[in-house]
Ligand binder design. Sequence first.
Ligand SMILES: Cc1cc2nc3c(=O)[nH]c(=O)nc-3n(C[C@H](O)[C@H](O)[C@H](O)COP(=O)(O)OP(=O)(O)OC[C@H]3O[C@@H](n4cnc5c(N)ncnc54)[C@H](O)[C@@H]3O)c2cc1C
Length: 456
Amino acid sequence: MKDCIIVGGGAAGMVAAIEAKRAGAKSVLLVEKQSCLGKKLSQTGNGRANYTNLSMNANAYRSNHPEYIPSFLKHFDSRDSLEYFKALGIYPKFRGDYVYPYSDQAKSMVQCLENALYKLGVEICLQHRVEAISWTEKEGFFLKGKKLLPKRGDDSSFHKDHFSDYTLVSGSKEKNRKKEKNKKEKMEWEEKEFSLQGRKLLIASGGLAMEALGASGEGYGFAKTLSHTVSPLFPSLVPIYTKEDYVKLWSGVRVDVRAKLWKEQDLLFQDEGELQCTDYGISGIIVFQMSRLVHTLLQDKAKFSLELSFLPKFGEEEAKDYFLERKTLLEKERGEDFLLGLFPEKLSQVLYERVSFPIKQKIKDISDKKILELCLLCLHFPFLPERIGDFQRAQCTAGGVNLSEIFIPDFQSKKNPDLYFAGEILDVDGICGGYNLHFAFGSGILAGRAMGKKND
Ligand SMILES: Cc1cc2nc3c(=O)[nH]c(=O)nc-3n(C[C@H](O)[C@H](O)[C@H](O)COP(=O)(O)OP(=O)(O)OC[C@H]3O[C@@H](n4cnc5c(N)ncnc54)[C@H](O)[C@@H]3O)c2cc1C
């Protein structure tokens, strides 16, 4: 029987395993269904891993029980994160308040964590998918699942060799990794059943966001079997879709905007940033930040409007004056050149079409009324959301294992003192800016410490 078993070798699971071992647990076993650790982590922040934020505060997080977030942040804020990762060799790079590894490589975070796991002697089972978990007071936790093994290979199950065989964390790493990749691709695999037994269990199996990076949601089923409740799950930090046809025209445009989200007279959200126009709608950080709100408004069938200003630095009067001045400046050109030099051509085309701008007419012959109509559209472009993106496009899962059933800061279950949860599986989701990794790492570290310490 293992002292501690951790399901999920992602951001939360890796640091939890390190901390459980450091805290004194004799045997710590990390179980991961994929062929490597930290697959999602290595893709975060466009491959750069925005792992925390200097402006850490509870308002950056959403949950059905937000009252528990301050207690978490009291025990793990951005300074704790910076110190923790510095000690592992990850020097911070700051872009405003956003923090990245100095290498700008998310993969280097995974490698530093792998090195620590290896040095501490954490046992790793890769390609082991946990399918069922049960618990009895006498026997502890019993896990069953399927593992992938090389055909006719050594079925020596889960120990250090398995880790070093398949991920190679020591020696000439890069060379070995490449060799190993080629070897793996040529190998034939077969599925076998496995079972594991542990005194303490941490579920850090992530959420539903991006199946391609390992998200499959089995953890929610395990939580329910172990008497926990799971609040409704929906995608967060996602693009927003529309049914409007014009999006086919503007696909590929990137432009700075100010976005405003109104519910009747109430301004719910306002921000400036880069908008990515796609053939289904809008994307980019500014869109991710408001996607959760848009989801709720759509669910509630509320009356709301989303307005984009393509002239975020202009006030209304200033913009009107400038458009009329432009009419004089460009009087000899045709209408189709009116927005040339202001916006990308594809966006201008959408704007012209929306107000039936006379693109073939000489600019001097276009009425001031039409020029101002175009100006107002540039300032108050109405975007009609139809729905938000699904989990395949989401960076995060909203909802999850109910926080009121968990002791914070230990992340220990109130239903079973030997059970812990950490990371995205919990009902906590952050806005963009490093808050989600901060929560995954912080909850993993605190849970791992508690789990290892209480293990004598
Ligand atoms: C494209 C993308 C970019 C992102 N960028 C950022 C960013 O820059 N900053 C930020 O703060 N957040 C970012 N996030 C969010 C962040 O990645 C997650 O919040 C974080 O990875 C959650 O960590 P976790 O350990 O809880 O889950 P995960 O990292 O998803 O790890 C869970 C692990 O459990 C394994 N697993 C699942 N089920 C089983 C099972 N049954 N048996 C065995 N193993 C299992 C999975 O394979 C996975 O490896 C991004 C997300 C995405 C998708």
